[in-house]
Design a binder for this molecule. Structure first.
Ligand code: BDP
Length: 601
């Protein structure tokens, strides 16, 4: 799906700002034919949860209404008008002047709804009903229950089956788009790069809404035309190419035009980078060289905005990431905003892109040792997320397929692959992901601690082994010596079992309350976090096929209430307000001395 761009043929009008807002109380209904009766307001884009001073609203599970007026310029009414939502979390029903114009389920991908039949030039009213409900058919997976209140009304409850707060609302940009009727609908860029001759054949496939005369122009970073072609399916040849390199990005632009004689009917410009990705003999190669991942699992999470897009925080986060010597992150546990993905392309940040498939386990809790015993749970025969999972993969890959920054698709975070039935669940999803990506990026799932080499059922499906391990935290708590022995033994077993698959950690970490110190290496202290990372690093450096360390987490983040969380998860290297803990200094020394390439000889 194309990002909304203003071009000579296209207008993008922002509908961000202050909207009217109303929580739908249990037993209440609202007919969008009438304007919303409310005095509450909410800023968009942002989660609604942390904009309110009302605890009941912050924690409410159910339905919410957003509404605003907007004006359609008369000059645009001859064009195709649509509303485009960067995301609406988790489900949205959209009405214009009381008329239903569309619906979308899935809280982390964009959708676009045509509205010509519902609008007029001048004043219009836009109403959006949002649900934040999750259950065993949605991604993420929530535990849904109902009770009755004193008036007999149904009260919904969602218990997150995952470790981040269920923020909701209009999280990303809302735009009114005016485009030509005959327009470019999609562009797929597939480079075939010859590193020896530094040349490339670039397939550019253009999807238009009707048969059209298509012209493609490739421009380099200076804006100089480097190739042109006519037709919707072309291969353009480039010599002396500039590669997109980690932390040294180079972006070309593909300008795609629909022509009617000399008249430009539609015009759209898609940025893209040239880089290769290959897995060979246990190494992860970018542009032919063994790459070492240094970085983080992150969250879209900041004060007040919640999970809502916060571009200033995105810029700061990437600056901190570069300063600390990192080169990559994972979009744990859902696709991040399109703005963040474009920023990563431009900054040369390497990204593992993840669908919101989190919570695919019987019962999320912190007692890992009990789950080790639970080997026969029929979870995979009862869960109903297959359709949502397919849709989420299609929408993520459809949206992000052209991003040079994306080097791996993550098909799930910590699914219970140690339980029977996991392979049957995942095999078709891996097939689907591979069929959707013309760039053939490696696919993986993020392996949970209980899925040890002897118990995991799915590692044959993944192109590399991406492990979340908490030795020294959830297991061997406070005993780094015992943790080190167990961790090294497990890594060696994986390497023996799959000698050609690169191995990396996609999570490892220790909750650390900034300002807590200890002379006794106590868990939760800043000293323990440093020693924990030091212990891990020594093991990583001993394992030949270990190709990267993405720790958990970049910053402290908000979670549901619970006895294991004090105002959220404290495994950040930075606090939630992005101040460094002691581990940031330690990591900066380590990572700034590890090259991006050829670290492991
Ligand atoms: C893993 C999850 C992550 C959690 C983390 C933790 O993938 O979402 O936040 O552990 O417990 O299980 O900190």
């Amino acid at each position: 799906m194309l990002y909304p761009l203003m071009t000579e043929t296209r207008s993008v009008l922002s509908l961000n700002g202050i909207w009217s807002f109303k929580m739908q109380a249990d037993g209440e209904h609202h007919d969008p034919v009438a304007p919303l009766q409310t005095t509450d307001v909410m800023a968009v884009p942002a989660s609604f949860n942390d904009q309110t001073a009302n605890p009941e609203l912050r924690q409410h599970s159910g339905y919410f209404w957003y509404e605003r007026d907007f004006t359609v310029p008369a000059a645009l009414t001859d064009q195709r008008l649509s509303l485009r939502f960067g995301s609406a979390t988790h489900e949205a029903w959209v009405f214009v002047n009381g008329i239903a114009v569309g619906h979308h389920k899935g809280g982390f991908t964009p959708f676009e709804l045509p509205i010509n039949d519902a609008v007029q030039a001048g004043a219009n009213r836009l109403t959006v009903k949002i649900s934040n409900l999750l259950d065993h058919s949605t991604l993420p997976v929530g535990n849904y229950t109902e009770t009755k209140d004193a008036n007999g009304n149904t009260v919904s409850h969602v218990d997150e089956n995952f470790d981040f707060f269920n923020y909701a609302g209009l999280h990303r940009n809302v735009n009114l788009l005016a485009t030509p009727w005959n327009r470019v609908e999609d562009i797929t860029v597939t480079p075939h790069i010859d590193l020896d001759t530094t040349s490339a054949d670039i397939d550019i496939a253009v999807k238009t809404t009707a048969a059209a005369t298509v012209k493609v122009t490739l421009l380099d970073e200076e804006g100089t035309i480097v190739a042109t072609a006519n037709g919707a399916d072309n291969t353009l040849h480039l010599d002396n190419i500039h590669l997109w390199q980690p932390l040294n990005a180079y972006l070309y632009q593909a300008r795609v035009e629909i022509l009617d004689g000399d008249t430009v009917v539609d015009s759209y410009t898609e940025p893209f980078g040239l880089r290769t990705i290959e897995i060979k003999s246990g190494k992860f190669l970018i542009n032919g060289e063994p790459f070492y991942f240094k970085g983080f699992g992150k969250h879209e999470d900041s004060y007040v905005n919640g999970r809502g897009m916060n571009e200033a925080v995105n810029v700061l986060d990437l600056n901190l990431l570069k300063k600390i010597g990192a080169n990559s992150f994972r979009t744990s546990h859902y696709p991040y905003s399109e703005e963040m993905m474009r920023l990563c392309d431009r900054e040369g940040i390497v990204v593992i892109d993840e669908v919101p498939a989190v919570g695919l386990m019987p019962d999320f809790n912190f007692d890992i040792s009990s789950a080790f015993k639970n080997t026969e749970n029929p979870f995979w025969s009862t869960v109903k997320t297959q359709a949502a999972h397919e849709q989420a993969l299609k929408e993520m890959i459809g949206r992000d397929k052209n991003h040079a920054s994306v080097v791996i698709w993550s098909i799930a975070n910590e699914p219970a692959t140690f339980l029977p039935g996991a392979h049957d669940y995942f095999e078709p999803l891996f097939k689907l992901a591979r069929s959707l990506d013309t760039q053939n990026r490696p696919c993986t799932y993020i392996n949970i601690m209980m899925s040890t080499p002897d118990r995991d059922n799915c590692s044959d499906l993944a192109d590399l082994l991406t492990l979340n391990r908490y030795y020294g935290w959830y297991l061997q708590t406070g005993d780094l010596k015992a943790a080190a022995a167990a961790e090294e033994a497990e890594l060696r077993t994986w390497q023996e079992k799959w000698p050609d698959k690169p191995i990396m950690f996609t999570e490892f970490g220790a909750d650390t309350v900034a300002g807590v110190h200890s002379s006794y290496n106590e868990p939760f202290s800043e000293e323990y976090q440093v020693n924990y990372y030091d212990m891990n690093a020594k093991i990583f450096d001993k394992i030949d096929n270990f190709v990267g360390e993405q720790l958990w987490n970049f910053a402290d983040f908000q979670t549901k209430f619970g006895i294991n969380r004090v105002q959220g998860n404290k495994k950040g290297i930075f606090t939630r307000s992005r101040e460094p803990k002691a581990a940031a200094i330690w990591l900066s020394h380590r990572w700034n001395s590890i090259p991006n390439f050829n670290y492991k000889k």
